[in-house]
Design a protein around this ligand. Structure first.
Ligand code: SAH
Ligand code: SF4
Length: 437
């Protein structure tokens, strides 16, 4: 989501006549985008901004600003933490940035722009040169109140962008060569639940879809040139029969869902207020895999939630095995000010959080190896991205399940953004290897 927000701000600045600097050292103006989901992320963003302010004092920068969730959390106090900061902008006020830069260049400083929780932002559809893949935010904010999470406080209440607006943005991207689009929302399957996303005069769903999210997918599915549609993050309550039907009926919709589970212990899930039990979560995964056993499911897990016992942790381990995740991101619990769980003692010692983190990652490596091994010998449709990060002589891309696939490009390397059929010859926990079929 922050990558997308940075891209949108860069596009607004290009439209206002600014040019992207070749490097940080070459820049006249610098803006740091911040995340506050975990304390470490916020500290990094604030630390980096402090470093830029030193460059400004030394005369190497003309203006410096901070944007993102940390600003919304810190409010006015951001200027105490960062004296000399020219401007600070919360998530729903990014449209103000070009004007704030002008004012900063004219000598103003300490300007704060934060929003109320229900504000509807402008200029959501600005894109820079995004190549063949693009993100678009379809659902802002979050109306859930997971005990550990600061997102609802800093990103405001849910607001679904009108489906028509999203479709127009996707069509414009496709016309510029975008092949793959990822729809973003904290709980994206809740699209169109709090506010209507479809107008009464929108055409009815040809496939008879009644739920707003599958209906949005159906609308995007018809856009010429757009070949792949992804979305993140999911929640088991959104894994409805209609969603499964959409996956089955719409070939452009990738068979991958990022479905954060957070914990496998019913006791912890209840304390977190996640709104599902272990059994209900596993039923959602089973439903997706029932129509396609290769359906990719990835997840987020938190280790070391207050009071998490060994038994709770073992429940998480066994859930991850039962769900057969294709990939997992593991986070060490970080208390965030103002959340319900911040009132509880952060009582799992750091070394124990690290141990649990390492155990889950090792489990996931073994699981990923086994799951990927089943794909050896298959031919997969890959969207080629370019030379691989580790070895420039090879290329990498992703299959529909978002699995990284490395292949020999052959004598005439394909253009980035081309679809290729790759036969898988070898597999690793997080990577498939193959040759162009
Ligand atoms: N909306 C998404 C998650 C957004 S935050 C969802 O509910 O699925 C991304 C991830 O950060 C979460 O899935 C969670 O695993 C992690 N996270 C959020 N708050 C955290 C905290 N206080 N400490 C550690 N990890 C946290
Ligand atoms: Fe945070 Fe829960 Fe909302 Fe995700 S669903 S953003 S974890 S409150």
């Amino acid at each position: 989501m922050n990558v997308r927000d940075s891209e949108a701000v860069a596009a607004l600045l290009s439209a206002a006549g600014y040019e992207e600097a070749a490097s940080e050292e070459d820049a006249d103006i610098a803006i740091v985008n911040s995340c506050t989901v975990r304390e470490r992320a916020e500290n990094k963003a604030v630390g980096k901004t402090g470093y830029l302010l030193a460059a400004k004092r030394a005369g190497r920068l003309k203006a410096a600003g901070l944007m993102g969730c940390a600003v919304q959390r810190l409010g006015e106090s951001v200027f105490k933490a960062l004296p000399g900061l020219d401007f600070a902008v919360g998530p729903r006020r990014y449209g103000a940035i070009p004007r704030l830069i002008e004012r900063a260049l004219a000598g103003e400083s300490g300007m704060l722009e934060i929003s109320g929780p229900d504000e509807v932002p402008q200029s959501m559809d600005a894109h820079g040169d995004c190549g063949f893949r693009a993100f678009t935010t379809v659902l802002l904010g979050c109306d859930n109140r997971c005990s550990y999470c600061i997102v609802p406080d800093v990103r405001g209440r849910e607001y679904s962008r009108p489906a028509r607006e999203v479709a127009a943005e996707a069509a414009a991207l496709a016309a510029r060569g975008v092949k793959e689009i990822t729809l973003l929302g904290q709980s994206v399957l809740r699209y169109g639940r709090r506010n209507p996303a479809f107008a009464p005069d929108d055409p009815p769903s040809p496939g008879g879809y009644r739920e707003p999210f599958p209906r949005l997918l159906e609308m995007l599915q018809t856009i010429p040139g757009l070949e792949r549609i992804r979305f993140t993050s999911g929640h088991p309550s959104g894994c409805t029969d209609e969603l499964v039907r959409a996956f089955a009926e719409m070939p452009k919709v990738c068979r991958h869902l990022h479905l954060p589970v957070q914990s496998g212990s019913d006791r912890v899930l209840k304390e977190m207020g996640r709104g599902y039990t272990r059994a209900r979560y596993l039923a959602a995964v089973a439903k997706l895999r029932a129509f396609d056993p290769e359906f990719a499911v990835t997840t987020d897990v938190i280790v070391g939630y207050p009071g998490e016992t060994d038994a709770d942790f073992e429940d998480t381990r066994s859930l991850m095995e039962e769900a057969g995740f294709d990939n997992a991101f593991v986070f060490k619990y970080s208390p965030r000010p103002g959340t319900r769980s911040a009132l509880l003692a952060d009582d799992v010692p750091r070394e124990e959080k690290e141990r649990r983190d390492a155990v889950l990652l090792a489990d996931q490596d073994a699981r990923g190896a086994a799951r990927n091994a089943r794909l050896a010998g298959t031919v997969r449709r890959i969207l080629a991205e370019g030379p691989s990060a580790r070895n420039a002589a090879r290329w990498s891309g992703r299959d529909g399940g978002n699995r990284i696939t490395v292949f020999e490009p052959g004598a005439a390397p394909p253009a980035p953004g081309t679809f290729l059929d790759v036969r898988i010859t070898r597999t690793a926990p997080q990577t498939l290897y193959g040759e162009i079929a």
